[in-house]
Each structure stands twice: as C-alpha cells, then as structure tokens.
Design a protein around this ligand. Structure first.
Ligand code: ADP
Ligand code: MG
Length: 260
C-alpha cells in the first residue's frame, strides 16, 4: 500500500522509517559453517504483500522463521512496527501473538473441533472468556468459508479445509503480520484454489502478508513486491511485472523459466 503524496520528500523519508510494518536489515545467519542468509534486506509497509521466491534451500523458510524468532539470525536487525524484534530482551511470546504463521504442514489438535482449534489461542493466550473466544473463532471460520465445518474434527476435514482452519486460527489472534510458508505445497492440486482464494480475500482486506510460495500466478496477481532469494542472498527484488517480465539478473530468469 503506497502512502499518499501530500507529504514533502523529507516527511516521506521520516515517515518511511516509522511506517514500515516490517523492516529486515542486513540479516545474516549460519547453521554451523553453512551461511544460509546473506545480508538480506527488505521492508514492507502496512497492507503490503511481499512474496519470497527461490529454489529449495535458498533460505526462504529460515527468513520467515527469523521474523517471529522461531530461529535467530547472528547478524542484522528486524523491526516490526518500529520495534526491534531481534533484541535479546524481546518478548517472543508477544511477538508470536502479533505475527501469525501458516506452515505447509497443518498441525491442528486432533481432539478439538475446528471451532475448538481456532478458539484455543484467543482463550489461552489472549485470555478472552470462553464465549468471546468461541464467537471470535466462529467469525474467523466463517470468513474462510468454513461455517458448515465449525463442529468438525480435523480427521473429517480435507487438506484444504484443514489449511483454512490453520489460517483462521492465526487470524483469530488479530496479528499485525501474517507469514505463509508454502501453505499450498502439501495439498492435492484440486484443493490449492480454495486456500489461495482465502489468501486473496485477506489481501483485499488489507492484511500485511509475507508469503513463500511457488504459485507464480498467485504471486503475480497479489504481490506488491517479489523478493528472489538464491543461496541465502537477495538476488533481485521488484514489483511482479518487472521481475517476471524483465528480470535484470540471469539467475532470476533461469529460476523463473524452470518453474513457470
Ligand atoms: P528454503 O525454505 O528456501 O527451502 P531453508 O530456509 O529451509 O530453505 O534452508 C536454507 C538452508 O538452511 C538449507 O541449506 C538447509 O539445509 C539449511 N537448514 C535449514 N534449517 C536447518 C537446521 N535447523 N539446521 C541446519 N541447517 C538447516
Ligand atoms: Mg522452505
């Protein structure tokens, strides 16, 4: 989402720093001797959709995991809404309430219904009373098109439905930022569309989303910016039209020609 143009350049620059919802600055990470992120930088404004693409092993998941501190980078800074999340005294539990994450593998509690799964966080973590948490969960499930399935158990749901419960569960915490790590990669092809549709709705509502996906037509239609990672480094970033139609780097063109 771009800022309006009534401010002066200086104001805009100052704004820019304060308005970034997510700011990743020169993040480097090693696993033992292997460097998996190399001075990665990018930033997102509120409402932006950024899609991370790149070959397997290029560091996409690691980058996402650094944002909610599921893993730690050794170098660089990450700011969420102006707050230094990489600070050693950051409250990571609060951070994870503010950053929702949806993974490839759907890990719902088998003994809870869809409603129970979605209500759990608001009740246990946000400390809402049971009825308020369940009302909120019901609304979130309706939003992802699962009104008829609120009382179903995970075993009774398709992969696409389970993944939508996972999205509703993350949204029920009212996060500032949503991270998606290949949310459709484990699904049968016929179930991919319903999950992308829900993500599409979220984009329309103005949710700020950092998405790892190989669904290039989805990326092209929703992304404000594509960031191409290879070998842990940002090779190229830009709006989808530029990156897909006129990549500046050979490596970007090669990668895109292999997967599209
Ligand atoms: P991507 O999501 O782009 O496929 P990853 O972020 O999962 O890439 O992995 C980047 C690199 O880091 C890979 O070489 C992978 O083997 C390595 N890696 C990821 N997680 C770990 C871990 N927990 N321990 C050691 N190496 C890891
Ligand atoms: Mg990955």
């Amino acid at each position: 989402m771009r800022r309006d143009d009534t401010s002066t350049d200086t104001e805009r620059k100052l704004d820019g720093v304060q308005d970034d919802l997510l700011r990743v600055e020169n993040v480097s990470k090693w696993y033992g001797d292997e460097q998996v992120l190399r001075e990665v930088s990018f930033e997102m404004e509120k409402g932006d959709v950024t899609v991370l693409i790149g070959p397997s092993g290029s560091g996409k998941s690691t980058m996402l995991r650094c944002v909610n501190r599921l893993t730690d980078a050794q170098e660089g800074d990450i700011y969420l809404d102006g707050e230094l999340v990489t600070a050693s005294d950051m409250d990571v539990n609060r951070l994870r309430r503010e950053v929702g994450m949806v993974f490839q593998d759907i890990n719902l509690f088998a003994h809870l219904t869809a409603l129970g799964n979605v209500a759990l966080g608001p009740q246990r973590v946000l400390d809402l009373d049971k009825q308020t948490a369940r009302d909120r969960a019901r609304r979130q499930l309706e939003q992802v098109g699962l009104a008829p399935q609120v009382d179903s158990y995970p075993a009774e749901l398709s992969g696409g439905q389970k993944q939508r419960v996972g999205i509703a569960r993350a949204l029920a915490m009212e996060p500032k930022l949503m991270l998606f790590d290949e949310p459709t990669s484990a699904l049968d092809p016929e179930l991919v569309g319903e999950v992308l549709e829900v993500m599409h709705d979220l984009v329309e509502e103005g949710m700020t989303m950092l998405v790892v996906t190989h669904e290039m037509s989805f990326a092209r239609s929703v992304a404000d910016e594509i960031v191409f990672l290879d070998g842990g480094a940002v090779v190229e970033r830009g709006p989808p039209e530029q990156l897909f139609e006129h990549p500046e780097r050979d490596r970007t063109a090669q990668f895109l020609s292999r997967i599209t």
